[in-house]
Write a protein that binds this ligand. Structure first.
Ligand code: ATP
Ligand code: MG
Ligand code: MG
Ligand code: MG
Length: 480
């Protein structure tokens, strides 16, 4: 079954259970100061769960464009290195707003996976919340256990802790236990050696979580105590690309038809072959992944820029360009050439890609062009810095110069240093950055040069650091 059919079947299945099919909300969020990007299907329905707004339909189904590169959900470091975490992915979901609850959510999920999609029952595991002894003394989810136990043998039901099996919207608000479904894609031989049950939630690349069923049954009050919600809700999220992997009999999301056309195109453009060396494979996966994140953001109206969401997108694009540059020897802009294939593959489900195709290509090409110039100069300089370094820690002030004068991103500096067996003196970098900030605050005029990056806008106030990539802190600013 190809990915387009899989997406349609998911929606049709729940439509058949009286769900209203609704469109994906934008991936880039414009009106919520607490969230830059949609990171789960439930984001757009938050108001219904909080009781601020009444839903028109109490049952809905959709596929939601998600991006997990910042805040609570940041999978960026995994992307490319593993085969099942993406920056941008589709989250398939069905919802009940005060309508059905655990019984239906569980039995329908099972029916869809095993009867419609025909996944072998023996390759599935489910998890149930085990309860917690913490101050709030959360109960084990006996209800979900009993429902599962009618359809799944006990040795395939795994008890899970608060981290994996209890969902909370925030410090306050709706929360509740969840049940996840995991699929074991290993060969029979591997399965006979080690039980799949012991590999659930262990980051095994072939025993992966595909679907999370959240049962919102409590409200956490300001004092931390829980009360039962009068109307209980269901919020489910299934990774579309992972589902495709399970249904297409492959062992990596990148071997599904969601990604193979992109990978073919990367091979044609770069002359690389996927599956030859681990380094090149990671680069190819990073590029195939990141082009989606960037293209969908631009289609949503978020262009790469020096601040906020735009800065995150710029960094994702640069990360992909850098991987290409270093491991696939791409010295010319090439990412923009992938937009055509992406649009052919996903333009039907997401027409915004088709409508904005030209803009997406132009913006990406321009970004690539200016970054490649920087990269070339920066790499030469970085090499000379490394040569002069005694020991294995590179002076943060030197890295800052590179950043400040050439716009050479600090996370790339750290990544490259890491690859060469060096590490970066982060504290020194941060001090130099703060000094520069203080200087530019007092400057009467700011130049608009390329290298100004975070200092060009004096309307901003430094508020701290955030984590964006492996062991690198990025500077966060707030508009004042
Ligand atoms: P994982 O444990 O694999 O990181 P998760 O528990 O963080 O997943 P949820 O927040 O429960 O994920 O999201 C619901 C579903 O979305 C998951 O079951 C998974 O199938 C999918 N998913 C989550 N993160 C990603 C990602 N970065 N890329 C692709 N699919 C994802
Ligand atoms: Mg996760
Ligand atoms: Mg998980
Ligand atoms: Mg989960």
């Amino acid at each position: 079954m190809n990915s387009k059919e899989i997406r349609k079947q998911f929606l049709a299945f729940f439509e058949g259970k009286k769900h209203k099919i609704v469109p994906s909300a934008p991936m880039v969020i414009k009106d919520d100061p607490t969230l830059l990007f949609t990171n789960a299907g439930m984001n757009q329905f938050k108001e219904f769960f909080l009781g601020i707004n009444e839903p028109k339909n109490t049952r809905v189904v959709d596929t939601q464009k998600c991006l997990r590169v910042s805040g609570k959900h940041n999978d960026l470091e995994e992307v490319g290195k593993d085969t099942y975490h993406h920056t941008m992915f589709e989250m398939l979901g069905n919802w009940s707003f005060g309508d059905y609850f655990k019984e239906e959510a569980i039995t329908w999920a099972w029916e869809l996976l095993t009867q419609v999609f025909k996944i072998e029952k023996d390759s599935l595991y489910v998890s149930v919340f085990e309860g917690s002894e913490d101050a709030d003394m959360l109960e084990k989810d006996n209800e979900a256990y009993a429902i599962w136990n009618k359809i799944v043998p006990a040795d395939r039901i795994i008890m899970g802790n608060k981290k994996d099996n209890f969902w909370e919207m925030g410090d306050q608000g709706p929360c509740g236990p969840c049940s996840e479904i995991h699929v074991d894609l290993r060969s029979d031989e591997e399965k006979s050696k080690v039980s799949g049950a012991s590999l659930v939630n262990q980051d095994h690349p072939l025993v992966v979580e595909i679907w999370n069923l959240v049962f919102m049954q409590y409200n956490r009050k300001a004092d931390g105590s829980l009360e039962s919600l009068p109307a209980k809700h269901v919020d489910t999220g299934m990774g579309f690309e992972r589902l495709c992997m399970a249904l297409q009999g492959v062992k990596s999301n990148y071997d599904t038809d969601v990604f193979t056309p992109l990978i073919r195109e990367i091979e044609i453009i770069t002359d690389a072959k996927y599956g030859k060396t681990e380094e090149a494979d990671i680069a190819i996966r990073v590029i195939a992944d990141h082009i989606r994140a960037v293209a969908f953001s631009i289609a949503d109206g978020q262009l790469p820029s020096n601040t906020g969401a735009g800065y995150v997108i710029r960094r994702i694009l640069r990360r992909a360009v850098r991987y290409g540059f270093t491991f696939l020897e791409t010295k010319e802009p090439f990412m923009y050439r992938l937009v055509n294939v992406l649009t052919q593959n996903m333009g039907e489900a997401f027409p915004e890609l088709r409508e904005q195709k030209q803009l997406i290509e132009n913006v990406i090409k321009e970004e690539e062009h200016s970054f490649l110039k920087t990269l070339d100069q920066g790499l030469v300089l970085l090499d000379s810095i490394i040569e002069k370094t005694k020991g294995d820690i590179v002076d943060g002030r030197k890295a800052f110069e590179l950043y400040d004068t050439y716009g050479f991103p600090i996370d790339l500096t750290a990544l490259i240093l890491n690859e060469k067996g060096f590490s970066l003196d982060e504290a020194g970098f941060n001090v130099a950055m703060q000094e520069q900030k203080n200087r530019s605050k007092t400057a009467s005029e700011t130049s608009k040069g390329d290298w100004e990056i975070l200092h060009s806008d004096l309307e901003q106030e430094f508020v701290g650091y955030d984590r964006l990539e492996a062991d690198v802190k990025i500077v966060k600013y707030r508009k004042v």
